[in-house]
Design a protein. Structure first.
Length: 276
């Protein structure tokens, strides 16, 4: 089987039990185990998080690589640094609070082998709450042309992706200054460079949604996302609908938290990502 790396970042506000679940899902419970896991520690963290990391480091010393950053620089910076450390050309992303399905890497590796044209491969996600209970399945388009046309919607779920390292590096890697939406901006640049995208039809991760997920989506973050989307739409020559649609997160960010949740429940029925 083709060797591959898994790239994860953790920072002080992560929950130790969720980090343990995430690491367990990629280091222990996979039908095909990774050749290496690169964990970037983004600044000082709690003793409880350190204890979780030390436990897995002691058990998987040959494959578990831990890289500490002196300060909390943000996810874009951490992933940029981690990408440099990854040994292998195939890299799977993973977040420190999500759970990979046991067959995730086996399915993605087989797909990449059977479809060598694909550079960046994602999947739908099963959204879960803080207790790990299923909320819904988030759909994404599977074919390259649909993904390209819907790039303004961010049709790739970041912690589900497996990508070719050289393709991401050739596109400029993760932007270090972006603490949020670094994936959205990266996919636009990869598309500009001619990268080929795909999504597998089955959910390969369980993606944790919490109140903090909504709270982090501030008006400032939403405006930043809209500007990334608007510039990306212009670069890819996407249509008027896309140029207008990128401003939806700004409208949503103006609403109270409860209203945002209600709106998302309604709007998902019209989400173009689920219609392919």
């Amino acid at each position: 089987m083709t060797p591959f790396s898994v790239l994860v970042s953790v920072y002080a506000k992560e929950k130790p039990n969720w980090l343990a679940e995430a690491l367990d899902s990629i280091l222990v419970k996979q039908s095909v185990l990774p050749s290496e896991v690169v964990l970037v520690v983004d600044g000082p963290i709690t003793d409880e998080l350190e204890a979780v990391i030390l436990k897995y480091k002691s058990q998987y010393s040959e494959t578990f690589v831990v890289h500490h950053l002196s300060s909390n620089y943000g996810l874009g910076y951490a992933l940029n640094e981690g990408l440099k450390i990854c040994k292998y050309d195939l890299i799977a992303r993973m977040d420190a609070d999500d759970i990979a399905q046991p067959n995730r890497f086996k399915v993605q590796l087989a797909f990449m082998q059977d479809n060598p044209i694909v550079d960046i491969l994602g999947s739908p996600a099963e959204d879960i709450n803080e207790s790990g209970e299923s909320i819904a399945v988030r759909s994404v388009p599977s074919e390259h042309d649909d993904i390209y046309k819907l790039m303004w919607t961010c049709p790739l779920i970041h912690p589900s992706v497996m990508f070719k390292k050289n393709v991401v590096l050739n596109a400029g890697s993760y932007t270090k200054s972006l603490k949020r939406r670094q994936d959205y901006e990266l996919w636009f640049r990869c598309a500009q460079q001619g990268a080929h995208f795909a999504n597998i039809c089955e959910p390969l991760i369980r993606y944790r949604i919490t109140d903090n997920t909504y709270a982090r989506n501030s008006l400032k973050v939403a405006w930043q996302q809209a500007m990334i989307g608007y510039k990306g739409c212009r670069a890819l020559s996407l249509g008027l609908k896309a140029h207008i649609g990128v401003f939806y997160p700004v409208f949503k960010a103006l609403l109270p938290l409860k209203a945002r949740k209600v709106l998302e429940g309604v709007i998902k029925n019209f989400d173009p990502r689920g219609k392919h």
